[in-house]
Design a protein around this ligand. Structure first.
Ligand SMILES: Nc1nc2c(ncn2[C@@H]2O[C@H](COP(=O)(O)OP(=O)(O)OP(=O)(O)O)[C@@H](O)[C@H]2O)c(=O)[nH]1
Ligand SMILES: [Mg+2]
Length: 293
């Protein structure tokens, strides 16, 4: 009986101790292979990933990080600012990533002006971008949305002008102090994207700025602070936990780091898979078709 009791206690202790909330299996080479081999269904279809989020969240840095990881060297095509204030990115910019054989990855990343209380991008403009109406190089005006008579307005968007996956970039260290107006804008953008059936993913940046030690070998998901921040993002903005990916961007370092790579590759693989689901969903839908969304 004592033996039975002791094994019962051990079992309880074991199940309490093992709390691998989200196991980070280090399959980054698998993720890299997936990204290298990915092709959206139709020949000339591109998968457009749109990034939005508060000013200074790390949107441009995330694009640079993806380029850095895929190209294996520091990359800073998307300009990044180190001062606090208005959004540094002002225009609608598409980033194409080159492969070793001089071709390009079939996914493209769109950067835009950040959200802020007064001077950021307007919810209406994000919606227009989702629908493919915003032309490359458009300089966002925080006062008024893009109108049909503007030369940067695409009247008849092609499937390649439209967004297939929307990514909200949130700085993990600022979730609890985010402005209520910015939160409101995020909620509204989420509603607009949902109405268009566009899938959504959240990237939590700056996990290295959380007051915790990010040990090189540690499973980032097992760190209590990260899980708490993800739960806060779920509570404040309604982001589902299974579509949320913590990352640390490459933004100051000159050397590559396998753990940093693994988080970015994993996030990108999920982004592409969700976006690809949407491409297939749009093709299979008879009413409305992808080019009339
Ligand atoms: N510690 C840390 N800093 C980061 C990270 N990502 C970005 N940064 C820093 O955050 C600042 C803002 O980054 P950006 O990439 O310009 O942010 P953004 O979202 O593009 O900002 P806007 O274009 O102004 O809307 C820069 O100083 C970056 O170096 C990260 O993961 N960790
Ligand atoms: Mg930017």
């Amino acid at each position: 009986l004592t033996l039975l009791f002791l094994s019962f206690i051990t079992l309880i202790k074991f199940s309490v101790h093992i709390e691998p909330w989200r196991i980070m299996i280090s399959n980054s080479e698998d993720d890299r292979k997936f990204l290298n081999e990915y092709k959206p269904g139709p020949e000339d279809q591109k998968l457009r990933i749109l990034l939005y989020g508060p000013t200074g969240a790390g949107k441009s840095s995330f694009i640079n990080s993806v380029q850095t990881v895929l190209r294996g060297r520091p990359y800073s095509q998307a300009l990044v600012d180190h001062t606090e204030g208005d959004s540094f990115t002002k225009e609608y910019i598409t980033h194409h990533i080159e492969k070793d054989d001089d071709s390009f990855y079939p996914f493209i990343l769109n950067d835009m002006m950040g959200l802020s209380k007064l001077k950021g991008v307007l919810v209406e403009d994000v919606e227009l971008a989702l629908k493919g109406h915003v032309k490359e190089g458009y300089k966002f005006n925080p006062e008024t949305p893009l109108t049909e008579d503007n030369q940067f307005y695409i009247a008849r968007p092609t499937p390649n002008d439209k967004v297939q996956i929307l990514v909200c970039v949130i700085p993990a260290d600022k979730i609890s102090i985010m402005d209520s107006e910015v939160l409101e804008k995020i909620k509204n953008i989420r509603l607009k994207a949902s109405a268009l059936h566009i899938p959504q993913v959240t990237i939590l940046t700056k996990i290295d700025d959380l007051p915790l030690e990010m040990h090189a070998k540690i499973n980032v998901y097992a760190i209590k602070g990260v899980k708490e921040k993800m739960k806060a993002a779920q509570a404040n903005m309604g982001f589902p936990l299974n579509c949320m990916f913590p990352v640390k961007n490459y933004h100051e370092e000159i050397n590559m780091n396998r753990e940093v790579d693994a988080l970015i590759l994993s996030a990108m693989r999920h982004i592409i898979q969700y976006g690809d689901d949407f491409i297939k969903f749009s093709q299979n839908r008879s009413e409305p078709k992808i080019d009339s969304l």
